[in-house]
Design a protein around this ligand. Structure first.
Ligand SMILES: Cc1cc2nc3c(=O)[nH]c(=O)nc-3n(C[C@H](O)[C@H](O)[C@H](O)COP(=O)(O)OP(=O)(O)OC[C@H]3O[C@@H](n4cnc5c(N)ncnc54)[C@H](O)[C@@H]3O)c2cc1C
Ligand SMILES: *[C@@H]1O[C@H](CO)[C@@H](O)[C@H](O)[C@H]1NC(C)=O
Ligand SMILES: *[C@@H]1O[C@H](CO)[C@@H](O)[C@H](O)[C@H]1NC(C)=O
Ligand SMILES: *[C@@H]1O[C@H](CO)[C@@H](O)[C@H](O)[C@H]1NC(C)=O
Length: 628
């Protein structure tokens, strides 16, 4: 046991500092000191004589073995795994609300999710996102129990072997565990694959895990036409999760009974009854309390009501899983980050680490769209009836995401077995009788106003799967605690990123020359590409890419794993360099993208992370530090 300081800052900025007994793995016996801590945080010191039974209960109830910050994609999975050990008390603190069935209808477009998003934007930079509002791009991540797994497109793609293998670092033996052949078992242990043809490949796939993945059964005519078009261009229909470089894919999704299956639904809901697990929603964590001398974590400060601070203490570990953007804000507020930057914001640095550097997001562009002919007329009554069908028996068109089910993965240059671009399709319905004659803005072409399965326009978004550009995230200077983090995304900063996207547009345009497209009378949509309308060919697409840039909101890299604290934030066991008792387990630790979405990789990271934590505390008897 040892003495430590825990200080909390009240709303008025006053600072309290109290000595407290703190120990990890040792029987907790500091009720008296804890009471002082809580009292000081409340600002009304009370003696043992005046302490009520309720106060004592509050204290005892704020001590946990593990505290998980962020009940998102990774957080919910971690909560399941750690609370499976019944003598561990686990707390999950999630800033958002509980998940609601309305978010789980596959056909509902994601613009409906605004109330459950952190509505962030990139900083303007003068070379990308130019024609987006304010010259900046939206970055949308989920603020809800289940996190971005409630607001994402549910697509289940793992990425390429070559990228996982590239995370390996010759100086660190434990990095070998991140090579593809090693992580495959963690993908499989959470998987419950529902498509027999996919499952047959048992090297890659498995069943019996909590996360059910499957294709939607609702297939429409245009899905078949687009698939045939890509096939005519030479792509084979394949399962993209078997390490192939090119394919036209009928995607699998995280769904169960044609309903979104978030990590909350798959991992947390089924175990919410566990007595050793507490989940608090609407709980915004504002600080991780780190002992300045010992460099170990003691607990967290969170707020359920703005300005009203509450403490929670961790006996074993704090696990940060607030996502690649919010992790940065919280770590910086806690004194963990680049020393020079923190000083600029008047934050006392405790540990100097490159938190927030190495930001990467996948990027795509608007402006490329095809017009469909002979689209059946859908009335409002039809749609209402389709909703009824979905609610009654989880069937019909709304039990699908329309043309979004089809993707083409394209390899443009590299010699190894991996794609460079995903041509992602998304349908939209444009209400215009003279659609072919009118100029429709890129914005109007993108802003879905009908559920996804009803469409007469198909936007083709070429997604750059492994961007070269790097950015940076920092806290908001004016309002570090509650203000939007500053995201310098630097999208398309590297000219190679732009070139790859524009090269892939040439490929997408080849669809128009296929027999299949000609037969079906699918045409290029003459969108209003202002201010790029006067340009032609490659100049035009370069311009469109810079003006109608879109951030995919798949951020990674800000808490990158690696060998040392110059170059990375966590080690290959996901422990924060130079801090005891703090791990980061979510998409932020990925050194790069893995040429796919990041939903499946994030679940894999959480599964692997949970196994490492359990191993450290069970098999190694809590000798967490001995091997550092
Ligand atoms: C629109 C969209 C579509 C996408 N589609 C796909 C797709 O189809 N396939 C794919 O592979 N990937 C997709 N992604 C990406 C992927 O789903 C996410 O990036 C991934 O799930 C991130 O997981 P995470 O655990 O790192 O973060 P999150 O799931 O975002 O979880 C972080 C959680 O922490 C909470 N939190 C943050 N700060 C605090 C705080 N201070 N206190 C308490 N709680 C806090 C948040 O509210 C959130 O619940 C998509 C992303 C978006 C935005
Ligand atoms: C799917 O959901 C519907 C509607 O709630 C329900 O009637 C049906 O039994 C479910 N099917 C399965 C296999 O769970
Ligand atoms: C469409 O836009 C082009 C270029 O901006 C313009 O020349 C043309 O007149 C517009 N057509 C209509 C019908 O508005
Ligand atoms: C830190 O790690 C990086 C990447 O592995 C390496 O290039 C660099 O030399 C290391 N620096 C030190 C000081 O060890």
């Amino acid at each position: 046991m040892k003495l430590a300081n825990l200080s909390a800052h009240g709303r008025d900025g006053a600072s309290f500092s109290v000595s407290g007994l703190y120990s990890r793995g040792v029987q907790w016996c500091a009720l008296v000191v804890l009471s002082m801590l809580v009292a000081s945080i409340r600002g009304d010191l009370f003696s043992k004589a005046t302490r009520t039974k309720a106060d004592e209960r509050d204290l005892r109830n704020s001590v946990f073995d593990f505290i998980i910050i962020g009940g998102g994609t990774a957080g919910c999975l971690l909560a399941n795994r750690l609370s499976a050990i019944s003598d561990w008390k686990v707390l999950v603190l999630e800033a958002g609300v509980d998940e609601n069935i309305d978010f789980d209808i596959p056909g509902v477009p994601s613009k409906e999710y605004r109330p459950i998003l952190w509505n962030y934007r990139t900083e303007r930079n003068g070379y990308s996102c130019l024609s987006r509002p304010g010259g900046s791009c939206e970055v949308r991540t989920g603020k809800v129990l289940g996190g971005s797994s409630v607001t994402n497109d549910m697509k289940y793609t793992r990425g390429s072997k070559v990228d996982y293998d590239g995370w390996h670092s010759t100086g660190a033996l434990s990095s070998l565990d991140w090579k593809f052949d090693s992580v495959l078992e963690h993908f499989k242990s959470i998987e419950d694959n529902g498509d027999y043809d996919v499952l047959m490949n048992s090297h890659y796939h498995s069943r019996g895990g909590e996360m059910h993945v499957q294709r939607f059964k609702h297939v429409d005519r245009f899905m078949e036409i687009f698939t045939a078009g890509f096939t005519e261009m030479g792509l084979r229909t394949m399962d993209i999760n078997t390490n192939v470089q090119e394919a036209v894919v009928h995607n699998q999704f995280a769904i169960s009974n044609n309903t979104r299956l978030s990590t909350n639904g798959a991992f947390l809901k089924p175990v919410r009854h566990r007595k050793n697990l507490q989940v608090i929603t609407g709980a915004y964590v504002t600080r991780i309390v780190v002992d300045k001398q010992e460099k170990n974590v003691e607990g967290v400060i969170y707020e359920v009501e703005k300005g009203k601070e509450r403490p929670a203490y961790a006996k074993r570990e704090i696990i940060l899983a607030a996502g690649a953007i919010n992790n940065v804000r919280l770590l910086h507020l806690s004194g963990i980050g680049p020393k020079a930057d923190l000083k600029k914001y008047n934050i006392t640095p405790i540990v100097d680490l490159p938190v927030g550097m190495n930001y990467q997001d996948q990027v795509t562009i608007g402006g490329l769209a095809f017009v469909l002919n002979e689209v059946p007329i859908v009335t409002e009554a039809d749609i209402i009836s389709d909703f009824k069908t979905w609610f009654q028996n989880r069937n019909g068109p709304l039990a699908s995401t329309g043309i979004n089910q089809i993707s083409a993965f394209i390899q443009l240059y590299e010699n190894f077995n991996a794609p460079d671009v995903e041509l992602a399709l998304i349908g939209n319905f444009i209400r215009s009788d003279k659609f072919m004659l009118t100029n429709v803005s890129v914005h109007a072409a993108e802003e879905t106003n009908m559920p996804l399965p009803y469409y007469n326009l198909v936007n083709i978004n070429p997604v750059l799967l492994r961007p070269k550009s790097r950015g940076k995230v920092m806290v908001n200077k004016r309002n570090p605690k509650y203000g939007r983090p500053v995201i310098q995304a630097n999208l398309l900063k590297e000219s190679e990123d732009l070139d790859t996207l524009v090269d892939s547009i040439d490929i997408a345009l080849q669809l128009l020359d296929t027999k299949e497209f000609k037969k079906s009378d699918i045409k290029f949509a003459p969108l209003d590409l202002f201010p790029c309308d006067r340009l032609t060919n490659r100049d035009q697409w370069n311009c469109v890419a810079r003006h109608y840039t879109k951030a995919m909101s798949n951020p990674v890299g800000t808490c990158k794993m690696g060998e040392n604290s110059t170059d990375s934030v966590v080690d290959f066991q996901l422990r924060v360099h130079g801090v005891e008792g703090l791990r980061i387990v979510d998409a932020s630790v990925m050194p790069t993208h893995a040429r796919g979405g990041i939903f499946a990789p994030t679940m894999m990271i959480a599964e692997k992370g949970a196994k490492m934590i359990i191993k450290d505390w069970k098999e190694n008897n809590g000798h967490y530090y001995s091997r550092r």
